[in-house]
Design a protein around this ligand. Structure first.
Ligand code: HEM
Length: 403
C-alpha cells in the first residue's frame, strides 16, 4: 500500500516518484499529517484553482475558527494572526478582489519593465564578485541576494535594509510547512512582530515624504479608507514572503536542471532568444511552491469524491506540472518547451501577482550568467529543502569559468 511521506529524506531528494504514485491513485488521497485531500493530476488541480466554490479561508463561527487554529498550532500568535494568517492570499470574494485591485498595477508588465535596468545592474555586480571568486555556493553567494533587493525596491525598503528582508521572510515562511513545533511557532511570531514594527516606522517616514513605491501608495490608500491598517501591513508582508524564497529556490533549481542536462545548457547558450521559454520551463520542472490549500465552501463533488463544506483540499502544483496526461515527456527538462501551460504560478482568482517580477529576475540572471561564463560545473550534488510547501536546493556548489 502506498503511503505518502513528504517528510522523508527520499521525498526531499526526489518528490517526483511519490507524485507519480499520487496521480495513479483512483481519486483524491487523504494525507492525515495536514488533514487534507491531495489532488495531483493537472486537470483536477487546474479545475479546483479555477472554481470559486473552493476558497482559501472559511466563513465560520469564532469557536470553530479557534478550534481550527488550535489544530494547526496557529493560536496565541497575536501579530501572526493579524498580519500573516490574514492576507490578500488568504481572503476570498469581495475582500480579495478589493485588495488585489489595490496592488495589481504595481505588478503590471509595464511596472516590472521599469525595474529591469536596476535589476541588471545589481545582477552584474553580484556576478562580477562571483566570477572573481570562481568557486561559489550559488544559493548563498548569488541567488539569495537578488529577489530581496528587487522586492525591497518595489516596496520602498532602503537598499541597506534589504538583506534583513531575507531573514524575516524565511523565519515567517518556515511556519507554513508541516513542522509546527512551538520553537518554530515562536520564531514566526517574533519575526512578524519585528517586521511589523519596521514597516510601521517606514510607513510613517513615507507619509511625511511620499516616494514612488508601494508603501507610500498603500499608506495613502489606508489614509483614504481604501484598506485597513492590518490589511496594509499584511499586504506588504505577503508581497515580500510570496516571492522571496521561491525566486531564490527557482534560480538554484533552474541552474541545477541546466547543469544536469548539458545538451539543454548548450542549446540555451547557442539560442539566447529561448530564455523566456527556458525560464518558464524552470518554473514547471521544479515548481518552487508545489502545494497550496483550498476549503470546500459548500458540499460538492471533485475528482469523483463528495466533499462536505469545511473539508480541506491540497493542490499539488508540483505534481500537476509533471503529469504526462498534460505534458509530453514531463520528466524531461526542455528549454524550448512550447506550449508550456504550467501551474507553477497557480491559476484562477489567486494566480500569482508577482509572476512578471520573478520571470524578469530569472531572465536577467540566466542571460548574464551564460553571457559572462564560458563554463559552469556542478561541484557536488545538492541537498534539497525538506517538506511539502517549498522546493529548492539548500546550497549549490559550482565553479564558474569567465567567458
Ligand atoms: C518563484 C517565484 C514565484 C512563484 C513560483 C509563485 C507562485 C505563486 C502561486 C502558486 C500563487 C497562487 C497561490 C494559490 O493558488 O493559492 C501565488 C500567489 C501570489 N504571489 Fe507568487 N510566486 C512567485 C513570485 C512572486 C513574487 C516575486 C511576488 C511579489 C513580489 C509574488 C506575489 C504573490 C501574491 C501577492 C500572491 C497572492 C495573489 C492572490 O491571492 O490573489 N509572487 N504565487
Amino acid at each position: 500500500m502506498f503511503a505518502f511521506d513528504p517528510l522523508s529524506p527520499d521525498f526531499a531528494r526526489d518528490p517526483y516518484p511519490a507524485y507519480a504514485q499520487l496521480r495513479a491513485q483512483p481519486g483524491p488521497y487523504y494525507y492525515p499529517g495536514f488533514d487534507v485531500w491531495l489532488l495531483s493530476r493537472f486537470a483536477d488541480v487546474s479545475a479546483v484553482a479555477l472554481d470559486r466554490r473552493l476558497t482559501r479561508s472559511l466563513d465560520e463561527a469564532p469557536a470553530q475558527a479557534e478550534a481550527r487554529r488550535r489544530a494547526a498550532n496557529w493560536q496565541d500568535m497575536p501579530h501572526h494572526s493579524r498580519f500573516v494568517q490574514f492576507s490578500l492570499l488568504d481572503s476570498d470574494g469581495a475582500v480579495h478582489d478589493r485588495l488585489r485591485r489595490l496592488v495589481m498595477r504595481e505588478f503590471s508588465p509595464a511596472a516590472v519593465a521599469r525595474l529591469k535596468a536596476a535589476t541588471a545592474d545589481h545582477v552584474a555586480h553580484l556576478l562580477y564578485a562571483a566570477l572573481d571568486k570562481g568557486e561559489i555556493d550559488f544559493v548563498e553567494d548569488f541567488a539569495a541576494h537578488v529577489p530581496g533587493h528587487i522586492i525591497g525596491r518595489m516596496l520602498g525598503v532602503p537598499d541597506e535594509d534589504c538583506p534583513r528582508l531575507r531573514t524575516w521572510s524565511e523565519n515567517i515562511v518556515q511556519y507554513f510547512d508541516i513542522d509546527r513545533s512551538d520553537a518554530r511557532k515562536a520564531l514566526a511570531e517574533n519575526t512578524t512582530t519585528e517586521f511589523y514594527l519596521y514597516l510601521k516606522e517606514l510607513a510613517a517616514l513615507r507619509r511625511r515624504a511620499p516616494q514612488d513605491d508601494i508603501i507610500s501608495r498603500l499608506a495613502a490608500a489606508e489614509d483614504a479608507g481604501a484598506l485597513s491598517h492590518d490589511e496594509f501591513i499584511s499586504t506588504c508582508m505577503l508581497i515580500l514572503m510570496a516571492g522571496h524564497g521561491s525566486t531564490i529556490d527557482t534560480m538554484a533549481s533552474g541552474l541545477h536542471a541546466l547543469l544536469r542536462a548539458p545538451d539543454q545548457m548548450k542549446r540555451l547558450r547557442a539560442e539566447p532568444s529561448l530564455m523566456p521559454l527556458a525560464v518558464q520551463e524552470m518554473f514547471r520542472f521544479e515548481s518552487p511552491l508545489p502545494f497550496f490549500h483550498r476549503y470546500a465552501s459548500e458540499d460538492l463533488e471533485i475528482a469523483g469524491r463528495r466533499f462536505a463544506r469545511g473539508e480541506k483540499l491540497g493542490l499539488l502544483y508540483g505534481a500537476a506540472n509533471r503529469d504526462p496526461a498534460h505534458f509530453l515527456e514531463p520528466d524531461r527538462f526542455d528549454v524550448g518547451r512550447t506550449p508550456n501551460r504550467h501551474l507553477g504560478f497557480g491559476n484562477g482568482a489567486h494566480f500569482c501577482l508577482g509572476n512578471h517580477v520573478s520571470r524578469m529576475d530569472m531572465e536577467i540572471v540566466f542571460a548574464a550568467l551564460l553571457a559572462r561564463s564560458r563554463d559552469i560545473a556542478l561541484l557536488e550534488p545538492p541537498a534539497w529543502r525538506p517538506g511539502l510547501a517549498a522546493r529548492g536546493p539548500l546550497g549549490l556548489k559550482i565553479r564558474l569559468l569567465p567567458a
